[in-house]
Design a protein around this ligand. Structure first.
Ligand SMILES: [Zn+2]
Length: 401
């Protein structure tokens, strides 16, 4: 890992920052692309595009390609530019998803592509010791996978109530964290590198907006089904935070037809019905797996266990009914569902889609319910996106830090 170059001098120029962000986003969407085409696509003058490209090349975020391409109109051939990505030795970001039984590390390039990943199991560890263990694991991972590359920072994603503005894990019941200054703790342990944190459902929504389907930039709801159940809403390219960043708690959304008792005292709540924990406990009760582990249930179904398959389809239908409620209330262009069985087997996504369309009053198009663009890499990609998103919004300021 090497230090960031400090080539950009001007600060506080809002228009210059906005123009740089526009150019960088255009290169993300269309690269490799000629400067003239960036001007045509963005509406910026050729002179402004040229100036921003010079800044972005100087910051190491964009590079000129060696080959010439014919320009869109008449005139000389143009030198195209593209993001300075992983294969060309460009900068990278780290990501960590902090789960309850374990954490996942990832290394991403500027296109949000996963270059490396590593798992860190930490089931049973005291929650107070966890940040130190994560720092140790992350240092080792970044030292191995990021060797010789310029590391721009680290994004950390976790469940529960997270306030990205203050870098605080406000409330994570399963880990017993309350008002924990997690970003500062991780940054200190990683030698002062920039660290940003966010709720994992919002992080996935952000990665869909930045790197996923074009429709995601119009509007999306992301539904995260893990040990916890969370949601996030993105409209016009912005993920909604809400006061105190507390938005997205759908754990107690009522699932029609579910009679499962919830710790909150009611019955039929989404998390109690459809979480990995709920599925794992049902699977043990039905004798499908010996220990409560939702991933074992998915493995059993893949190996041909009909009871495991039936249980996963029941869960998928419950998730689909929740998706129908969200579609009816918010009418987003897309509902993105992060749920393990549907990531590894599209038949369960079809089951979710079927239930959603059957129950929704506004959506008859099953294609509006999708899996995350990154597939099974969704979690580490989302974590790294927490650091990449501010870079694409304010590249000049972010790359200088
Ligand atoms: Zn409940």
């Amino acid at each position: 890992m090497t230090a960031a170059p400090h080539v950009f001098r001007a600060t506080g120029d809002g228009r210059r920052e906005t123009n740089a962000a526009t150019v960088l986003r255009t290169v993300l969407d269309h690269g490799p692309v000629a400067r003239r085409t960036i001007s045509d696509l963005s509406g910026l003058s050729p002179a402004a595009v040229s100036r921003q490209c010079t800044d972005l090349v100087g910051l190491g975020l964009v590079r000129e390609l060696p080959e010439l391409v014919a320009s869109s109109g008449v005139g000389r051939p143009q030198i195209p530019v593209d993001l300075h990505t992983g294969e060309s030795g460009g900068p990278v970001v780290g990501g960590v998803h902090i789960g309850v039984p374990g954490s996942t590390f990832g290394l991403l390039d500027l296109r949000g592509r996963l270059l490396a990943r590593r798992a860190l199991p930490h089931d049973g560890m005291a929650p107070g010791e966890l940040p130190l263990r994560i720092v140790q694991g992350l240092r080792a991972f970044l030292g191995d996978a990021g060797r010789g590359r310029r590391l721009l920072g680290v994004g950390a994603a976790l469940g529960g109530w997270v306030d990205p503005a203050t870098g605080t894990a406000v409330r994570h019941d399963a880990l017993g964290w309350h008002h924990r200054p997690l970003a500062a703790e991780l940054a200190r342990g990683l030698g002062g590198i920039e660290v940003r944190i966010d709720n994992h459902a919002r992080a996935v929504a952000q990665s869909e907006i930045l790197f996923g389907r074009p429709a995601a930039r119009r509007s999306l709801v992301h539904l995260f089904i893990g040990n916890v159940v969370d949601a996030a809403l993105g409209i016009a390219g912005v993920v909604h935070q809400g006061p105190g960043s507390g938005a997205g708690d759908v754990a107690h959304l009522p699932v029609p037809d579910s009679t499962v008792t919830c710790p909150c005292g009611r019955s039929g709540c989404l998390e109690a019905t459809a979480s990995n924990t709920a599925v794992a406990q049902t699977a043990v009760r039905r004798g499908i797996v010996p220990e409560p582990d939702a991933f074992l249930v998915v493995d059993a179904a893949a190996a041909g266990d009909r009871r495991a398959d039936r249980l996963l389809r029941e869960r998928a239908r419950a998730v689909g009914r929740a998706a129908a409620l969200l579609l009816d209330v918010l009418n987003p262009d897309l509902v993105v569902v992060t749920e393990h069985s549907s990531l590894v087997n599209p038949e369960y996504l079809e089951e979710i889609r079927g239930a959603a369309v059957d129950h929704s009053h506004v959506c008859q198009d099953p294609e509006r319910i999708v899996s995350p663009h990154a597939g099974t890499a969704v979690i580490p990609v989302a974590a790294g996106t927490i650091l990449l998103n501010p870079l694409f919004r304010s590249p000049l300021a972010a790359a200088q830090r």
